[in-house]
Design a binder for this molecule. Sequence first.
Ligand SMILES: Cc1ncc(COP(=O)(O)O)c(C=O)c1O
Length: 381
Amino acid sequence: MMKASNRSETIKEYYFSHKMREIQTLNDEGADVINLGIGSPDLMPDSSVNRALLEDLAEEGAFKYQPYNGIESFRKTIKAWYKETYNLDPIDSISTIPLIGSKEGIHFLCLAYLNPQDEALIPNPGYPAYASAIRLANGKPVSYTLKKEENWQINLSEIEAKITQKTKLLFVNYPHMPTGVMANRQRLESLIALAKRHDILLCNDNPYSLILSDEPFSILQIPGADEVCIELNSLSKSAAMAGSRIGMMVGREALLHPAFKIQTSFSSGMFRPLQKAAIAALNATSNFVAESNKEYRQRRNLIWSLFDKLDCTYQKETAGLFVWAEYQYPEFNSYEFSNHLLERYKIFIAPGELFGTQGNNYIRASLCQTQPEIRRAIHRL
Ligand SMILES: Cc1ncc(COP(=O)(O)O)c(C=O)c1O
């Protein structure tokens, strides 16, 4: 029997990958599960996106290899979009790399900046892909704690205490998934100063900045951030293009270059019609986001009602595609509670511990389900 690499043994199949199969099996058996798990927007992208994609499909060269760093018009549009969306000026020192989703960028950064046994700091609770990417790069994930009592903001003393000679990389993610809280600018300013003192690369993973947020935040807005910060951004959520897999890494050329070298070994440019579609999506952002946020706001009201039925508590001043709620049944850990809801009511809501130990007693519901479906879930409860 062939033996897989030790590296592959350091990670498990992604939770949603096997959970979606389980839900499909239940549905095949007639269960009619209402899925409030994953943050995959069901809204259609702006109509200009389809048009741009289809028009370019018929153009000469559409199926050829494309420049590794993206077609020029896409790179220019990303920069213009960053400037307009986040009010960033000057933008000249900033470069971009197109990505097949920001998840890919997390991997490239880990491969580019971690030597074996180097440490990377990640939030608990936080996106599970950080730890896997760090392990696959033979690095060591070190969690820092986000607490409800501190409104899920970074605690600088804790982070400082966890920094060692081996700490090379630190992930933050504001607006934060799964809690939905917005960045505390002052703390991030101090974190940037800390990263400068210790020569640590700081990455803000930023796919939710436009969802239910009145003031889009980029870490690059903070003066001097570009010396040590890279940002990952994505069209998955803001342009409802999760399945077409397109995003970007943004930062100073010198910081991006090691990740770019890795990318050129992994892939060979990106499908041009998709890049053209992404240009259309970025150009349509403000109207599209305003419209989709109207819908997400109504869905969020319904999810709040659903959580009221479950006697959960939740914060209302949040951004992003999820509601993060604390439940009051200590007899269940969050996996058990999520499974209980699935078995008894055929409603899937993600368990909080999927995002780390700080997610115990929490569950996370997605806004990527239609209002009638959420109403049906409320009715079932
Ligand atoms: C915090 C966070 N980062 C990154 C991603 C991945 O986004 P993308 O689709 O751009 O790879 C997600 C997706 O759910 C996420 O929640």
